[in-house]
Design a protein. Structure first.
Length: 196
């Protein structure tokens, strides 16, 4: 689900005078969400309820920069508070679980020590490089959700499947071999629509 969709339904609810119209707009929005986006702790439901899970993001207009740069950048590396990093770790762990990525490969993807997998309730370290990688991986997950909204198995197996736009290599192999540049390349492929 795109943030623009969330903003649009919030606007429609705010502008609707009657409870029936408000309920109808919310119900239509919720029907479009994937099952994992409907849980109360997920971002869409949290924003609709007015309670973002991580509290303040701490991002202002000065952080946003040029629009073109904004599309390639992840702001996750700029999040400093423990709760935000814990929420990111939960979301990232769920994504890597769905992708069936092993412990050693998780550490390599994040640029962390091999023996440092994230445990339940543990936050990502306050390391901008690790947080940047996490942001790109989550962006890849969101892009896959847009590309394959009704095909969860295909969406979750895509990283293990040879991809013609990556020279026939599986995206996970490209990310592991290329580090942050490989992760950025995979993000660019899935976000550009070049993926098969």
């Amino acid at each position: 689900m795109l943030l623009a969709d969330l903003v649009e339904v919030s606007r429609r609810v705010a502008e609707s005078p009657g409870r029936t119209a408000k309920a109808g707009a919310l119900a239509a929005f919720l029907r479009r969400l994937a099952p994992e986006e409907i849980a109360p702790e997920e971002i869409e439901v949290a924003f609709l309820s007015g309670v973002p899970r991580q509290g303040k993001l701490g991002l202002g207009y000065a952080t946003l920069g040029e629009e073109g740069e904004m599309r390639r950048k992840t702001f996750v590396g700029e999040l400093k508070d423990l709760e935000s990093r814990r929420a990111l770790a939960e979301a990232l762990t769920a994504l890597l679980d769905r992708w069936d990525v092993g412990t050693a490969d998780r550490s390599r993807l994040l640029g962390m020590d091999q023996g440092a997998p994230l445990g339940p309730g543990e936050a990502l370290p306050e390391d901008p490089a690790v947080l940047e990688r996490a942001g790109h991986l989550l962006a890849i997950g969101r892009a896959l959700h847009r590309v394959y909204p009704y095909l969860p198995t295909l969406r979750d197996r895509w990283v293990l499947t040879p991809e013609p736009a990556l020279g026939g290599k599986p995206p996970l192999a490209v990310m592991l071999a290329g580090g942050i540049e490989g992760i950025r390349k995979v993000r660019e492929v899935i976000e550009s629509g070049a993926a098969a």
